[in-house]
Design a protein around this ligand. Structure first.
Ligand SMILES: [Zn+2]
Length: 42
């Protein structure tokens, strides 16, 4: 059964920061598990 990619991603649980446990806003370049505040600036 084919499902649209959009529907698939909408069904995913909200991403949470692994550090502060706050729900994160989905980002295009979201390959980190931490929010902006917890991500060390390189
Ligand atoms: Zn955080």
């Amino acid at each position: 059964m084919l499902e649209s990619p959009v529907k698939f991603f909408k069904n995913l649980p909200k991403k949470r920061c692994t550090s502060c446990k706050k729900p994160m806003v989905e980002q295009a370049d979201c390959y980190t598990n931490k929010c902006e505040k917890c991500t060390p600036v390189i």
